[in-house]
Design a protein around this ligand. Structure first.
Ligand SMILES: *[C@@H]1O[C@H](CO)[C@@H](O)[C@H](O)[C@H]1NC(C)=O
Ligand SMILES: *[C@@H]1O[C@H](CO)[C@@H](O)[C@H](O)[C@H]1NC(C)=O
Ligand SMILES: *[C@@H]1O[C@H](CO)[C@@H](O)[C@H](O)[C@H]1NC(C)=O
Ligand SMILES: *[C@@H]1O[C@H](CO)[C@@H](O)[C@H](O)[C@H]1NC(C)=O
Ligand SMILES: *[C@@H]1O[C@H](CO)[C@@H](O)[C@H](O)[C@H]1NC(C)=O
Ligand SMILES: *[C@@H]1O[C@H](CO)[C@@H](O)[C@H](O)[C@H]1NC(C)=O
Ligand SMILES: *[C@@H]1O[C@H](CO)[C@@H](O)[C@H](O)[C@H]1NC(C)=O
Length: 504
């Protein structure tokens, strides 16, 4: 809990930065103190430290992110449970899905290796969660009609375990799926083959060497060429789980780089069952991502400097997530930082595990939005275009990019910050000192603090209203320094910045 020292420190700060913060600071304080209940950390309260000076290098961009930068997954394991409670016909689900459009949507994961498409409407109940199972016509139709309705761009992870006796891939079952889909005019933007073959041996007691996968992708492209509807669909791969070069680089070097639209890999910070609350706000955990991405980028560039990179399956923790933590407000620190790091490093697309399912979904089992749903929607609405290098301080994170011109004037800049600390932090933005700004401050939505199932935007708890998203309006904040609440993340848009790179 905030001690007396913390209280004094905070109010002292408010007095010092009295600009016009009186009301917001009171609401920050009350929300901020509630956060403490979910915290296992006891950090020194240094809210009276010097402000963090943020400078953004606007002369050159690091990279550019498109409207398809953030996408979502649903794990093929959901088909084992007949889509579980995910009701594709629910207006509420469709409204939430549409809020993420445009987006790539991948249906894939480990279970893609075990499925048989049985499209004549037989249904075999799986005998166990580790065994082979079937996807029926009804299940396939349900997801495709949904994708069409909400306007998502589908990426299907096809069965790669169908092998001929000579070791080559057997395309018969995939051909049945494509024929069935083409007959119904289902558009499928892209495909993958299987999942995580670099750790395959452990799971299935067999290997699929990277050069074989590259060969299989060529066979798959030949299959796609049989269908006018799919001959221009793309493939991404090799979908590796680790950054070991043998598989990832090996696949690209074996010709993979010429046949995939993007090189794809997966990332989780830690195993779900090992996850502790403190891991989710630990800057050392945040720091572990950049090196991993550098490593993969390096491998990719050594084979093909131009090949785009996709982080095609990613979340906080692996193996379904960390129950009771990875679907709560606190998960947003790892998620938003991952978006910031990947944007800065030029990753073209990230696919969040999962839209639905597991312990890390954007929408929960009862089909209500989790905190990361709101964060993802806001990110897509606010951040798009050129990405800039911003300085910060090691215990906070600061990222900058052009603001999305669908929602903000051309030339607007967004600076987004994470404060994963138990103390408030003041940012000094000398380049934008006197400029108007639009504030989106995200804090825990109720007294459960970091473990809240809710998020507040500028102090107002976010909830659907009659199954529709509410307005996610920012509030105007006065010029000067910006103080952010303990355990908060914030998007600050400068609508009058007229950043030249953001004007074109
Ligand atoms: C799967 O769910 C659908 C829609 O709820 C239902 O019609 C169908 O009978 C279910 N199939 C099985 C095998 O439970
Ligand atoms: C599969 O796993 C789910 C959830 O983990 C469980 O509810 C279900 O009973 C399991 N099914 C079988 C057949 O073991
Ligand atoms: C699962 O299916 C694959 C091919 O679809 C087959 O090679 C494998 O033996 C099957 N595994 C089991 C346990 O039936
Ligand atoms: C097939 O779908 C596309 C859009 O995905 C649409 O433009 C086209 O008219 C459809 N064709 C038929 C025959 O329904
Ligand atoms: C998560 O926190 C626990 C408990 O503090 C720690 O032992 C573990 O190393 C942390 N995990 C990571 C990935 O930092
Ligand atoms: C990237 O690769 C080069 C050689 O290809 C190597 O010298 C460098 O250390 C690598 N960097 C990282 C971060 O792996
Ligand atoms: C960003 O700026 C910092 C400080 O000037 C510098 O150390 C760092 O290398 C820059 N990063 C990139 C990716 O340019």
């Amino acid at each position: 809990m905030l001690g007396v020292k913390g209280l004094c420190g905070f109010f002292l700060l408010c007095l010092l930065t009295v600009t016009a913060w009186t009301l917001p600071s009171v609401s920050h304080f009350s929300v901020g103190s509630a956060h403490e209940r979910g915290s296992t950390q006891s950090k020194k309260d240094n809210s009276v430290d010097a402000p963090v000076v943020v400078t953004v290098n606007l002369q050159q961009s690091l990279s550019t992110i498109t409207d398809h930068f953030v996408g979502v997954n649903i794990d093929m394991a959901m088909v084992r449970g007949n889509w579980s409670s995910l009701d594709f016909s629910s207006t509420k689900v469709q409204n939430m899905a549409r809020a993420l459009t445009p987006t790539f949507f991948r249906l894939g994961g480990g279970s893609a290796d075990s499925v048989t498409y049985v499209l004549d409407d037989h249904y075999y109940l799986p005998t166990s969660n580790n065994s082979n199972f079937s996807m029926t016509a009804q299940q396939w139709i349900a997801v495709n009609e949904f994708v069409k309705t909400v306007g998502w761009d589908f990426i299907m992870d096809v069965n790669e375990l169908k092998r001929n006796t000579d070791g080559s891939w057997n395309p018969d079952n995939a051909r049945q799926l494509l024929q069935f889909s083409a007959d119904r005019n289902y558009s499928i933007a892209g495909f993958e083959m299987g999942n995580e073959y670099d750790i395959f041996e452990n799971k299935f007691h067999m290997t699929l060497p990277p050069a074989q996968l590259a060969k299989d992708v060529v066979d798959f492209l030949h299959l796609l060429a049989e269908f006018p509807l799919y001959y221009s669909s793309f493939v991404v791969g090799p979908e590796t789980a680790s950054s070991r070069p043998e598989y990832f680089q090996g696949f690209l070097a074996a010709g993979g780089h010429k046949i995939v639209r993007a090189a794809s890999f997966h990332h989780y910070y830690f195993k779900g069952r090992d996850g502790k609350l403190s891991n989710f706000t630990d800057t050392a955990v945040l720091d572990s991502l950049a090196g991993h991405v550098d490593d993969v980028l390096n491998q990719s560039r050594s084979v093909d400097p131009q090949l785009p990179l996709w982080l095609s399956e990613t979340s906080s923790s692996s193996g379904g997530g960390t129950p009771g933590i990875s679907d709560r407000f606190v998960a947003g620190f790892l998620w938003l930082d991952k978006l910031g790091v990947c944007a800065s490093k030029g990753i073209q697309t990230l696919l969040r595990q999962d839209f639905f399912g597991g312990s890390y979904p954007l929408i929960d089992h009862a089909l209500n939005p989790n905190p990361d749903f709101w964060l993802t929607v806001l990110y897509k609405r606010i951040v798009r275009g050129a990405v800039f290098n911003a300085t910060g301080r090691h215990d906070v994170r600061v990222y900058a990019a052009c603001a999305n011109t669908d929602n903000f004037d051309a030339g607007s800049l967004v600076i987004y910050t994470l404060n994963p600390n138990s103390f408030s932090v003041t940012f000094d933005l000398p380049q934008f000192q006197s400029q108007p700004r639009l504030l989106h401050s995200l804090t825990a939505g109720d007294g459960d603090g970091l473990l809240s199932k809710f998020t507040s935007l500028n102090g107002v708890k976010l909830e659907l209203v009659n199954d529709e998203l509410p307005d996610l309006k920012p509030e105007s904040a006065p010029p000067g320094v910006v103080t952010v609440a303990p355990y908060s993340y914030t998007f600050l848009v400068f609508p009058a910045a007229r950043v030249s790179i953001c004007l074109h």
